[in-house]
Design a protein around this ligand. Sequence first.
Ligand code: SF4
Length: 339
Amino acid sequence: MMGDLLQFQEVKKYFPVKRSLVEGLFGVKPRHVRAVDGVTFGIQEGEVFVLVGESGSGKTTLGKLGLRVYVPTSGRVVFDGKAIAELKGDELKEFKRSSQMVYQDPVAALNPRVRVGDAVAEPLGFHGIGTKEEQREKAFKMMKRVGFDPPEEFYSRFPHELSGGQRQRVVIARALILGPKFVVADEPVAMLDVSIRAQILKLLFDLKKEMSLTLLIITHDIAIAKYFADHVGIMYLGQLVERAERGEMFRNPMHPYTKALFSSVPIPDPEANKKRMIIKGEIPSAITPPQGCRFHPRCPFVFDRCRTEEPALVRRSEGHLVSCHLYDEAGREAEKAAA
Ligand code: SF4
């Protein structure tokens, strides 16, 4: 995939489930949560890739795999042409400088006993960049850039002395102070009041342009994908089920799960609301995912083949990949017969 800064290549991440004493005594086989289960896609340099899915779809785990917070159980994550699990020494340090995360919850992300200016400067100290005075100067500049004006007035405050939006600005400043190439923003506005979400998103996208960042946004909010993405990926139960350029994805969603996600957004039209496609039930367990298509227990278009055969992620048009049997010839026939 030419031009990709980051690639996930058949990436799996399984977490072992702790066995109880009784299960151990009876020799119950170890089980795993298949948080990410064979994901392949690339993120182009300079683009905004928005990954959408319900809680439990594996999108946060995938984001952490992209930053080497987790190492894959199998498969490879490649950054700038190199498998990140194999990086060591200076190359690993350089990768850690080049890739950062903006966390969902600024309260949890900030140490309540560390002044916010020191929190912003901290990564510079960690990477041994500049003197204390230079670190402080850089932190002032970064704080000013994210909206603290004058920064001197805020530098010595503690996180609890700031509003939710200001705390998230601190988290963004700290993630960007090292001048990274790649940033994962995990639900960056989910914990904020609706009134300030747009401001924080605008700030993030202004900084993305200014600093030529490549951005992976993880969200359950379709509107973020609709207005900010270059490419959109849809995850369901550890797998990527659809991927397309933003315009194509919203003009022509193909996977039934994507259609249901999009139609779950309320619109002020009672007639159109009656036609909304509602997905029934909860997302199944990632320890024992359903056989065949993982979406089949909830899919309104399910037919026999879906219960036994896992659909592959197949290119259906230029840059548009979907994993659903409906678009194969047999699937079309089955759909007609069931209609
Ligand atoms: Fe639905 Fe079958 Fe397509 Fe899965 S493969 S999304 S069950 S139609």
